[in-house]
Design a protein around this ligand. Structure first.
Ligand SMILES: NC(=O)c1ccc[n+]([C@@H]2O[C@H](COP(=O)([O-])OP(=O)(O)OC[C@H]3O[C@@H](n4cnc5c(N)ncnc54)[C@H](O)[C@@H]3O)[C@@H](O)[C@H]2O)c1
Ligand SMILES: O=P(O)(O)OC[C@H](O)CO
Length: 341
């Protein structure tokens, strides 16, 4: 298959490496010209995925879009490896490349996990599929989710992922591109559930990072994960997801990974805030995007609009906004009125 990756961060690069190793014709486009040139020359993405050799067959380009425009003419799959904040402009751009009624478009999928920050004061922040409905309704789109640290995937460690789309041929394309010795790819048509899981687990990972950073113990961590799963599921059901999706890889699976694994950037934000670092320093010190920081307010807002109770998310928002310190936030959570599980 010919696969074009747009966005050469840790995750896009890791998946591009796996796809190239599997024998696909893979192209990786970085927005930064210097980064692309260095990758092409030194055969490593030193900025975002150091220590992982890029297979000789993996093509790299970037900066201007000359190579990208050429690649898009015959690609069989487009993978957007950009952060949530860049999904809307890229989908809009791809909708111009393949307008309704024009030449057949390949499947377009994204890797980002989050809610978009609201576009206007009263507009709700959207999930990826909601953005696609607005700006690229004619494209056949999907999302590739599940518990997956880029570094482990790039090292060839076993990982299970989920290809989610309303379109069977998009799910099939993801399976054809990535299912193999390193990755096991499951298909799911519950795009809402997959996207809610991916977005909310990032916020909950900040919460467990805060708790672990304060050394509140394993009991507290288990309580946060379990009550967080309930919170994620309530919001997902209100948005139209299926309950069983939250028991799967993109729900419980990704929540457990991100909340407990120190490779998680979102968990690291919580750990660093608990150590007294301020938010901007914590985010800057990562060198990578931590989507939970940007999604937390939107999760709380959309939950409020739907009448869904999300106390852990609200506590995270209060800490991120500097209204509460981490310890007070935990006290507030513990001090809530008793209720049935
Ligand atoms: N890293 C992981 O293990 C992992 C795993 C699963 C999902 N994700 C999700 O994938 C998304 C990307 O994560 P990442 O780890 O690759 O991030 P990263 O911080 O490592 O890299 C982000 C990349 O996006 C590029 N970028 C930013 N804006 C862009 C734009 N407008 N156009 C083109 N490129 C742009 C940056 O230059 C950078 O190369 C996030 O939503 C993340 O939650 C990450
Ligand atoms: O490092 P994080 O916290 O962005 O998490 C990465 C992946 O989403 C884990 O599945």
């Amino acid at each position: 298959m010919r696969i074009t990756f747009i966005g050469a961060g840790a995750w896009g690069t890791a998946l591009a490496v796996v796809a190239a190793q599997a024998g696909h014709e893979v192209r990786l486009w970085a927005r930064d010209a210097d980064q692309a040139a260095t990758m092409a020359r030194e055969r490593v993405n030193a900025r975002y995925l150091p220590g992982v050799p890029l297979p000789a067959a993996l093509q790299c380009a970037g900066g201007d879009d000359t190579a990208l425009r050429l690649w898009l003419t015959d690609t069989e799959l487009v993978v957007l490896g950009v952060p949530m904040a860049a999904l809307r402009p890229w989908l809009a751009r791809l909708a111009e490349v393949w307008p309704a009624g024009g030449p057949a478009a390949p499947p377009v999928v994204w890797l980002c996990k989050g809610f978009e920050r609201p576009q206007a004061a009263n507009a709700p922040g959207l999930l990826g599929h909601e953005i696609a409905q607005q700006v690229a309704p004619a494209l056949a789109v999907g999302v590739f989710g599940g518990p997956s640290f880029a570094r482990e995937v790039a090292q060839g460690l076993p990982t299970a992922l989920v290809a989610a789309s309303a379109h069977a041929h998009v799910r099939d394309a993801l399976v054809a591109a990535f299912h193999g010795q390193v990755l096991r790819v499951y298909a799911n048509d519950d795009v809402v559930g997959v996207e809610v899981g991916g977005a909310v687990k990032n916020v909950l990972a900040i919460a467990t990072g805060l708790s672990d950073g304060l050394q509140l113990g394993h009991n507290a961590r288990a309580a946060l994960i379990t009550r967080g799963l309930a919170e994620m599921t309530r919001l997902g059901l209100a948005l139209g997801a299926r309950a069983d999706t939250f028991m799967g890889l993109t729900g419980l699976g990704d929540l457990v990974l991100t909340a407990t694994g120190d490779l998680s950037r979102n968990r690291q934000v919580g750990l660093r805030l608990a150590q007294g670092m301020d938010l901007s320093a914590a985010v800057a010190s990562l060198g990578h995007v931590a989507e939970g920081v940007y999604s937390a307010r939107t999760v709380a807002l959309r939950a409020a609009q739907l009448g869904v109770d999300v106390p852990i998310t609200q506590a995270v928002v209060a800490v991120l906004d500097g209204q509460l310190d981490a310890r007070r936030a935990v006290e507030r959570l513990m001090g809530r009125d008793p209720r049935a599980e």
